[in-house]
Design a protein around this ligand. Sequence first.
Ligand code: MN
Length: 475
Amino acid sequence: MGDRLGPYRAKRDFDATPEPAPAEAAGEDGARYVVQEHHARALHWDLRLEHEGTLASWAVPKGIPPDPARNHLAVRTEDHPLEYLEFHGDIPAGEYGAGTMRIWDRGTFELHKWRADEVMVTFHGERLQGKYVLFRTDGKNWMIHRMDPPQDADREPMPTRLEPMLARAGDLPREDGGWAYEVKWDGIRAIGYVEGGRLKLLSRNSNDITPRYPELRELGRALGAREAVLDGEVVAFGPDGKPSFQILQSRMHVVSDAAQRRFAASHPVAYVIFDLLFLDGHSLMGLPYDERRAALAELGLNGSNWQTPAHRTGDGAALLEATRAQGLEGVIAKRLDGTYAPGRRSQGWIKVKNIRRVEVVIGGWLGGEGGRAGRLGALVVGYHDEDGSLRYAGRVGTGFDDRELTRLGRLLAARARDTSPFAGRQPPKLTHFVEPDLVASVDFTQWTSARTLRQPSYKGLRDDVAAEDVRGEES
Ligand code: MN
């Protein structure tokens, strides 16, 4: 017995760690197990099965699979003493497996098969019920597979790609009852998919933007073994404490991991979560808004880089006035009884804005005058109409700093073309035309009667919106 626990003992200093030292005599033979959620450097779950007087152990990075459709990796680790069945607590920094360990499940199991490369059991635990097999694939690497149907018979697979529900632009609802109000954050819309303690963040056009925001990774851990699909906005805050789309924009174009980590430290973002679309095998999208929000609130997702700000029921005018006073973008009104309609611009969500903003396609540019002679003076922009033609929507000559002018100049030069991409009304004669695949955000005051932008100001390029989807809808 002492030999089997040799590796366990060798890795630990029992004067420093609160983990149990192996007792001299092994306990009685039985069939107990424990699953510990171990918040070590990488979150994982430790499955330990009582066998021949010790605990045979596997580290399962994504947790025990609830569904036979998906096997999870399980890495065989050293046998642990039986006393470990009860262990939970903090393993000090610097010790082996440093981090918090808590008991996720425990109970007994029936043993069906125990071979050197295959173990088959049925768990009777507080959480787990059902038959599982562990089988070795390569060296220390095993897989764990659920053999029974899912414990929850109504369980649905977690969606992997949901398009966010969109709001239409408008005024505050006249009848205040029946509506909730949220602050509209000036950021990047993102759907967060969490399972096995890992977060994946997809932008509106389903680009994986997870690597861009390393500071949000810990949100996965905060949800532990739960499966969830979250809807929210990635927001960067400026030195004045207000959302800064410019800072966010600078992060969008960072390529290297090292640079992302530097930015994450100097200009961290927050994920502002405002909806819960799926939880633990069940879609919530058919539930009314207030029930989804209640389920979201129960998750308690408020961390260093993620928040679930409360919504307000009724009196949208007061919230809109507060956002105006604080220089924020506006509010979103949401019907309390409204379901979630992915990918749809719904009547049930209305954005009411202090500042108007629209996405436009860059179809050309005009040279500057004075200090900007020979360089970019104004962007020539448009949007697509119903039949997909690009319509001229005016020129944007302010809102650039020097660096952005240089960057845009380079991007536009690479896209030069001889013919106009615009259908119908044409921009000024001296326009240099470009391939219309760059999308920019622009603030403006009003649409003119000819549907061009009055007093537009450049806010930044977007890579989360495809040019062909730009329809002149305000964001
Ligand atoms: Mn562990």
